[in-house]
Design a protein around this ligand. Structure first.
Ligand code: HEM
Length: 268
């Protein structure tokens, strides 16, 4: 029998988190598109950024892939293909710890750079500080779950507690009992992750939801072409690239009271 606290934490809270993430992202997109940015500080300092940023970003991508595998693939599937639980944990432990430590070192470098580079520190808001704090505690709590499970064998296997609960959320039948049976370190980690997810849409982290598709198709040098109408002489307008996701090229431009369309640029 699940307690009221368990029902609230593992049966209700996940949906509150989802609502805040989806609603908050839509709200931010509608009302703050100009603020939808990483607020890059590369201009102020790039040496440490060049090391810290890829380390953090590739690390967190690897952590994400590890979570998808660990939380989504049921234990029965890996059993069915003959993968022993021991082998599974060795693989998960080595790759997960490697990715987690890489992410943590990358994040530590980024925070160090932010604190030590004057202009970068000046451009750091309270919102950023809160975001870094949440990232750090979620990462440390995640790494702690792994370390604790290695040394304390009494901690229930997360593939029989956290993972079934995680999957049950998406079919709208939260298995509160499964998560209630998980070890304390997992519960703390998930609650920190929930707080991070709820803050996500309201911080610089929203940039992660941006898919810069037009980067794949844009020309090497991006510039605005001259207007076809004001173009003088007999030089023909050459075919250029068709922008994807940069509709500003194709919008109606009001000049002298009439609305026209701009032509695509002429060169690469
Ligand atoms: C609801 C969301 C989440 C759940 C259910 C969850 C669950 C778990 C579980 C079960 C583990 C243990 C994996 C193992 O020992 O093999 C773990 C580890 C870890 N988690 Fe999470 N996690 C969540 C969100 C996050 C987030 C948002 C971050 C990062 C900001 C994160 C970072 C980590 C790290 C660094 C580890 C250590 C080892 C690894 O990389 O897998 N987790 N998490």
């Amino acid at each position: 029998m699940s307690s009221v606290v368990d029902i609230l934490l593992w049966g209700v809270l996940p949906y509150v988190v989802l609502l805040v993430v989806i609603g908050g992202t839509i709200w931010r997109y509608k009302y703050d598109q100009f603020g939808w940015t990483t607020r890059s500080s590369q201009l102020y300092e790039s040496r440490l950024l060049r090391i810290g940023s890829p380390l953090f970003h590739f690390g967190i991508l690897a952590v994400l892939v590890g979570h998808i595998v660990g939380l989504i693939i049921p234990k029965s599937w890996t059993d069915a293909v003959g993968m022993s639980e021991h082998l599974y944990h060795i693989v998960a432990l080595s790759t997960g710890t490697f990715a987690g430590i890489g992410t943590f070192v990358g994040l530590a470098l980024l925070i160090y750079r932010r604190r030590k580079t004057g202009p970068v520190f000046m451009a750091t808001t309270n919102n950023d500080k809160m975001m870094y704090f949440m990232l750090v505690v979620t990462l440390i709590a995640g790494l702690a779950t792994t370390i604790i499970s290695v040394f304390d064998h009494s901690v229930p296997n997360y593939r029989e507690t956290v993972s079934p609960w995680f999957r049950s959320i998406w079919i709208l039948q939260p298995d509160v009992g499964a998560m209630a049976a998980a070890g304390l370190s997992f519960k703390v980690h998930v609650l920190f992750a929930f707080a991070l997810f709820m803050a996500w849409p309201f911080t610089r982290l929203v940039h992660a939801f941006t898919a810069p598709l037009h980067y794949l198709f844009r020309p090497y040098i991006v510039y605005r072409s001259r207007d076809r109408v004001t173009r003088s002489g007999s030089v023909p307008v050459r075919r250029g690239w068709d922008p994807v996701g940069t509709q500003d090229r194709d919008r109606g431009v009001r000049r002298g009271g009439s609305t026209r369309r701009e032509k695509a640029p002429s060169g690469r």
